[in-house]
Design a protein around this ligand. Sequence first.
Ligand code: FEO
Length: 392
Amino acid sequence: MRARQIREGIFWMGAVDWDRRLFDSLIPLPDGTSYNAYLVRGSSKTALLDTVDPSVYYQLDAQLASVEHLDYVVAHHGEQDHSGSIPAVLARYPEASVVCSPKCKPMLIDLLHVAEERIVVVDDGDTIDLGGRTLKFVHAPWVHWPETMLTYVPEDKILFTCDFLGSHLATSELYSTGRPREREAAKRYFAEIMMPFSNLIVKNLDKIDGLDVDVVAPSHGPVVSDPGYITGCYREWSAGPMRNKVCLPYVSMHGSTRVMVDALVSALVGRGVAVERFELTGSDLGNVAMSLVDAATVVIGTPTVLGGAHPAAAHVALLANALRPRTKFVSVMCSYSWGGRAVEQISGLIGNLRAEVLEPVVCKGLPRSQDLQAIERLADQIAQKHRELGLA
Ligand code: FEO
């Protein structure tokens, strides 16, 4: 992809990674992603904001053929999908300095072996004059690493937000078009990357509310020309009301757990509670993560394998624990044949969830009438709890 102009003297650069299907060797990327860098020219100085994942540096390298001189490489964030090509850019431009936050400096040294003498540290609110164009640095810790900062160009009302307000979406469009697919990509991205820091997201949203912004230019996904739309989405996802909904990830080996899940789904729907059900051997965990953003209750279903929880159920429990959703209630449904500690294992894996634990349902073999009654009671309790929160 060639460089594309956003304003006179400001260009999108970077790479669209259409074929990438996994991020951090963990996160599914059904729609690919992009690594956006931006070239900002003033009358006297030129800056490159972020770089790209080293695997696709060749794309940025080709775009830089038209840039004879570079004064600054701004590193908003130490993670290598944006910082990883800084050494290559510095080699290409021996005159350039890297500009970053104080917490980012040791990361660039440790992760990329950037020479310390080439790094310039900037504090929150510091500015660099490019000549008729200003880079104003806005520290935004924990969106999603501690060192993250943003850059605001007041003359053009553009906020370069790095990971913040981005989305994993490979597209030929430079700008967001408002299609539902883009909202889903942004929500998936929020769920997988930002959700653990919801409280800090709100603080950083408040901070950028004070800026006059026409364009949000993130480091993944399309540029957003309606900043209020994406910041509104982030406010909803990080602090909005939970939904009258149960997220129900499960796995079943011989059908007993599936019978329990079928019974719970039927019981919940009959009580007016929505259910998002995920069979874990065939589900995209990104969809589970999206469900966790606003599901008031999570119920994990697992059979017993070699005395414990099924590894797929343990995996989703670990993931939920890491993502720290704002879930209000949590429970486990388990079947077993000759004993085991599946419920205790799952419960021990979700300690980060500040949720009320509802009585688990444990069933020996194929559910009997008393087990189905216990599931009805769990559904009753969930519906009642949701009503008490005003969700129903
Ligand atoms: Fe897109 Fe945290 O890197």
